[in-house]
Design a binder for this molecule. Structure first.
Ligand code: F6R
Length: 609
């Protein structure tokens, strides 16, 4: 996730900017840079890789600047490189911009600005902001920033410096956090509180639609759409620095679970049109799609579970047979892959050794390979023919949460893309699914806001137990597998995921009153079947917690506890069903005193052979 720092005061800006960026390192980044207001112009220094690389470049000269902006970048548009690192400038080096978020209409703006004679240097969406400010500037930086914001669609926290107005700094936000810190005759702007905590605890938290102008006279807040002035009250930070890094959450895992509405929104941004999906990064003609006789999905762990959902959707909608493989099995089993196979590899990190090996093996056999990954510029992203990026931001906790739900979105988008190309479903149906998909981030937010406390109380069923079962049918079974992995991984309770109908073929012997059962029932055509399986386990005195939609009264009557998921169509239910399961694993593990962010025996990604 990108980080922003800005300084305006009487001290030397460079060390303060670097220190602020260091405090944001925990968010993950792949390049960094600063822009400072020197005599004679704005001076920019940028470097790919760790902050020490930037520091090394900065150590080659002395700086007098007392105003500056800095940025750590997590690549989205364009690979990690010096050129793509922020800050970005206009054609003449008069304006410098740092930005967090995604500019959805950057391609059309870039085309327009290029036609107007602007010269672009990077592949980023952010650079259009610098050129837009240049375009609109008529002697007043605040006015130019307002006009620039009126042109852009998407999410942003943005800070702008101009050598033409060297005594002010302008910042604004929409759907991406931004705070202003107040020091003694100095001001700080940052995307996150840890960046300023060393200097001040007094902050203003900016809201969507707000713009601030920082000058020696003080701060001026306004609504950037209406231009009206805004009075704001100071927020005094009471957390310590460590808690601040986690945004006030106790663990990164919980923070990342709560980041899902934003991650889900960002992943859909610019990809949904009312009756079709747009995947700019996938370049397949309908003719090429028609030639595939098979899809092979390959991944590990949680990403593999996202693949299981993908199988259900692609087979059901696009009518192409799908195999899903664990990458470590796929690479050694001589899979039947050729130029008529579409291989889809899924990897949050894009660096998992088995997944990468499967990708290379598939290419060798002539298959077309699409990657679904969260890391721009990762090995998987570079080596696949096409990439669908998930925009979840870095995942710091070992247990994958927001990566999984955005991977499911990636699978849904791909399944719709293939369906569109093959014409296997009516247009009205695609329109309906797209409309429902657009509502998923808000529904995820409802679960987190209204359901977290309830899940905390359900965690008590797991206090003393050593074993648990997750059951479900169809897509619910795929989600059950992810729920069970999460519980094992961080709570160390042995958990099994079972296709509900399979329990009676022997495994029922393990069900006792001490084995809590999580029964997932979101597939309406399978409600009755799941209820009959619940009755089987209840007959063994097991305690059952059901997860379903309101109205499933038969399930309600047969379980000990029930959690209702906001209504959606069957196919999209997995994204919403897994969120309370993630919360459940989290609360169970915390109650057992485990280190949730760093579970025993595990590292974040498995890149070694
Ligand atoms: C589980 C988890 C792992 C990863 C797996 C694949 O919470 O994080 O199962 O999903 O190691 O990693 P990526 O997606 O980076 O290839």
């Amino acid at each position: 996730m990108c980080g922003i720092v800005g300084y305006f005061g009487e001290k030397s800006a460079v060390p303060i900017l670097v220190e602020g960026l260091r405090k944001l390192e925990y968010r993950g980044y792949d390049s960094s840079g600063i822009a400072v207001m020197e005599e004679g112009g704005i001076r920019i220094t940028k470097s790919v890789g760790k902050l020490v690389n930037l520091e090394e470049k900065l150590s080659n000269r002395t700086y007098n600047a007392k105003i500056g902006i800095g940025h750590t970048r997590w690549a989205t548009h364009g690979r990690p490189s010096d050129v793509n690192a922020h800050p970005h400038m206009d054609c003449h080096g008069d304006f410098a911009v740092v930005h967090n978020g995604i500019i959805e209409n950057y391609l059309e703006l870039r085309e327009w600005l290029t036609a107007e004679g602007h010269l672009f240097r990077s592949e980023t969406d952010t650079e259009v902001l610098a050129h837009l400010v240049e375009h609109f500037y008529k002697g007043d930086l605040q006015d130019a920033v307002k006009k620039m914001l009126a042109k852009v669609e998407g999410s942003y926290a943005v800070v702008v410096l101009s050598y033409k107005n060297p005594d002010i700094m302008v910042a604004a936000r929409k759907d991406s956090p931004l705070i202003v810190g107040i020091g003694d005759g100095e001001y700080f702007v940052a995307s996150d509180i840890p960046a300023v905590l060393k200097y001040t605890r007094k902050t203003y938290i900016m809201e969507d639609g707000e713009m601030v102008t920082v000058s020696a006279k003080g701060l001026k807040f306004c609504d950037f759409t209406t231009g009206e002035c805004i009075e704001k009250s100071v927020f005094e930070v009471t957390w310590d620095a460590v808690a601040a890094e986690k945004g006030g959450y106790e663990h990164f895992m919980l923070k990342e679970i709560f980041e899902q509405p934003k991650a889900l929104r960002d992943t859909l941004a610019g990809r949904l049109n009312h009756d079709h999906v747009v995947l700019q990064e996938v370049d397949l003609t309908p003719k090429e799609v028609a030639l595939f006789n098979k899809v092979a999905i390959v991944a590990c762990g949680t990403a593999y579970h996202a693949g299981l959902i993908g199988k259900g959707l692609i087979e059901h909608w696009a009518k192409i047979p799908v195999e899903v493989d664990i990458a470590s099995e796929f690479r050694y089993r001589a899979p039947l892959i050729d130029d008529k196979t579409l291989v889809v590899v899924i990897s949050q990190s894009g660096e998992t050794a088995d997944t990468l090996a499967a990708l290379r093996e598939s290419k060798k056999k002539g298959a077309r390979v699409i990657a679904i990954t969260n890391v721009v510029g990762s090995s998987v992203a570079r080596e696949a023919h096409d990439v669908i990026h998930t925009w979840a931001g870095p995942e710091i906790a070992v247990a994958s949460t927001k990566a999984y739900t955005t991977q499911i979105e990636g699978m849904i988008l791909l399944a719709l893309y293939l369906t569109q190309a093959k014409g296997t479903m009516p247009k009205e149906w695609i329109t309906e699914i797209i409309s429902e998909l657009g509502k998923i981030p808000d529904k995820a937010e409802i679960i987190l806001k209204e359901g977290a406390e309830r899940i905390k109380t359900l965690a008590r069923y797991f206090e003393e137990v050593s074993s648990a079962f997750f059951i479900g049918r169809g897509l619910d079974w795929a989600v059950a597998q992810e729920g069970s992995l999460k519980l094992k991984e961080i709570s160390y309770i042995h958990a099994e995921a079972y296709a509900s109908g399979e329990l009676k073929h022997g495994t029922l012997a393990l069900i006792t009153e001490d084995t809590p059962i999580i029964a997932l029932a979101t597939q309406r055509d399978l409600y009755e079947k799941t209820v009959s399986n619940v009755i089987e386990v209840k007959a063994r005195d097991a305690k059952v917690i059901g997860f379903t939609f309101e109205g499933n009264t038969d399930l309600y009557k047969s379980v000990n506890e029930i959690f209702y998921i906001p209504e959606t169509v069957n196919e999209l239910a997995p994204i919403l069903t897994v969120i309370p399961l993630q919360l459940l694993s989290y609360y169970v593990s915390v109650a057992r005193g485990n280190d949730v962010d760093k579970p025993r025996n595990l590292a974040k990604s498995v890149t070694v052979e």
